[in-house]
Ligand binder design. Structure first.
Ligand code: ADP
Ligand code: ZN
Ligand code: MG
Length: 482
């Protein structure tokens, strides 16, 4: 049986976080009452003239540089014409033949050691259409707040070879957008949208097969599922002797399948033509340089640096760079450590990934909303790393540190929680425990080794958790086994 290989290219629309719309001064903020953020320009009144939002231009150049694109010195706008009730002008302003960014790539991680380049054909500017609201009983309603909101469209090369790779590509694009601070990345709110182009070909063939384009993907998981479904569907059609038709299909999350759009839904002849109301976009070298210098360290580079600089495992670094605030926080904690070593860096990492992130997920908040002073995490780790407190004490005092914003060092010193590592004091106590539990000693000597835990527990309880457990174990072993 012939084996097939999938070929996938993604088109990602990202809504940009500018204050105002792409070509007028209306607010671009999400969530306002319908039709309260409009003006003659974005309502498409005849004679109203668009003016390019300079911030939109800066944001797209940022994205272009971050994805290794070439930036075109002079580019133009075009009109994409079609009829739809939520498009009052009858066309969308977009870029067609000369997109401002082209010929770039990003890298995705296939494994800890293997990276793959996914090419970017182009990134261009465009404006959003309005929104039709069909889910009310009354009738179809139109909200034009979104009309004219700035978008960039990022078009990948057909370099993606599986649904998992598509998921990783999408995650990377989202992370870069977030690191640049130019998009919320929220797919549910429509700030990030993705269409998937999918074809299959017999393995070994150099020619691509006919593609379908799948729309209506409103979550990362749905993108992955839809691609998986569509690959299998196409392979089956071909194996049964059929042909793939170039068409647009819709993902139906309810049935977990794709189906062809009704023919009415795709009027494909857009009749692009140059936008006569906007001047050419010129990008000066000064603008390019100043934007280039404003680009932060990007996720993959940061991950590698965290691994190199702090000696933490790839897994830990991946978790932190997922949210640049968390990565910042990790580095802040480390900067406050009294003793900076691979051991303490790893302890900070452990503490964040367990105690802190558990609270974040319980409360569904991010690290900046927690309000935990990074210095406090460093204090806890300093005590832990020198065996001055047990991890039990650390966990016990943590809720108080959080709730009262209190320094752990202060709590530990005030309540003298520093663990007892003085072996003579411990020996006296252990002798006492042994003397009071002769029967258990006999059980132990007769081979019931699990009684050992009972003795440790007794000692720790008497010391209210403050005894150094390593030392307790050592002394007990000596006394019981000798
Ligand atoms: P169209 O003319 O249909 O818009 P483009 O060539 O502009 O097609 O490409 C649109 C998207 O489809 C890009 O992301 C590209 O990588 C992808 N693509 C192109 N050809 C194929 C193919 N044969 N299989 C899968 N994806 C493809
Ligand atoms: Zn407006
Ligand atoms: Mg195209």
């Amino acid at each position: 049986m012939i084996e097939f290989e999938p070929v996938i290219g993604l088109e990602v629309h990202a809504q940009l976080l500018t204050n105002s719309k792409a070509f007028c001064s209306c607010s671009a903020e999400y969530g306002a009452l319908p039709n309260t953020q409009t003006c003659p320009v974005c309502l498409g009144h005849p004679g109203a003239l668009p003016v390019l939002n300079e911030n939109l231009l800066n944001f797209i150049i940022k994205m272009g540089i971050a994805t290794n694109c070439k930036i075109r010195e002079i580019s133009t706008f075009a009109r994409k014409n079609y009829f739809y009730p939520d498009l009052p002008k009858g066309y969308q302003i977009t870029q067609y033949e000369d997109p401002i960014c082209y010929d770039g790539f990003i890298e995705i991680e296939l494994s800890e050691t293997e990276r793959k380049r996914i090419g970017i054909i182009r990134i261009h500017m465009e404006e959003d259409a309005g929104k039709s609201i069909h889910d009310l009983d009354i009738d179809t309603l139109v909200d034009l707040n979104r009309s004219g909101v700035p978008l960039i469209e990022i078009v990948s090369e057909p370099d993606i070879r599986s649904a998992q790779e598509a998921y990783k590509y999408l995650t990377s694009i989202k992370q870069i957008l977030l690191y640049l601070g130019i998009c919320t990345g929220n797919m549910e709110e429509g700030a990030l949208r993705c269409d998937a182009n999918i074809s299959v070909r017999p393995i070994g063939n150099s020619k691509f097969g006919t593609k379908t384009e799948v729309k209506n993907l409103n979550s990362f998981r749905n993108v992955e599922k839809a691609i998986e479904y569509e690959i299998q569907r196409q392979i089956e059609v071909i194996r049964n002797g059929g042909n793939i038709h170039q068409e647009t299909r819709l993902w139906d999350a309810a049935s977990q399948t794709t189906r062809p759009m009704r023919s009415k839904e795709f009027a494909h002849d857009y009749r692009y033509f140059p936008e006569p109301d906007l001047v050419k976009v010129k990008v000066s070298n000064e603008r390019l340089d100043s934007i280039r210098s404003s680009i932060p360290e990007l996720p993959l580079a940061r991950k590698q640096r965290l691994i190199d600089q702090y000696g933490i495992p790839h897994y830990d670094a991946s978790i932190f760079v997922e949210d640049h605030n968390l990565a910042d926080y990790y580095e802040h904690c480390c900067s406050y450590l009294a003793v900076k070593s691979q051991k303490t860096f790893k302890l900070v990492s452990n503490w964040l990934m367990t105690e802190v992130m558990r609270i974040l997920s319980e409360r569904k908040i991010d690290i900046n909303e927690l309000g935990l002073n990074p210095k406090f995490v460093a204090e806890i780790v300093d005590y832990l790393s020198e065996d001055k407190i047990s991890s039990r004490i650390a966990k016990d005092i943590f809720p108080e540190v959080l709730q009262n914003n209190m320094s752990p060092a202060k709590i530990i010193e005030e309540r003298s929680l520093v663990q007892i590592s003085d072996s003579s004091a411990l020996e006296t106590l252990i002798d006492e425990v042994l003397a009071n539990n002769q029967d258990s000693i006999e059980k132990y000597k007769s081979g019931r080794k699990n009684v050992f835990g009972f003795f440790v527990g007794q000692v720790m309880e008497k010391m209210k958790g403050k005894a150094n457990p390593k030392l307790v174990t050592e002394i007990l072993r000596k006394k019981l086994d000798d």
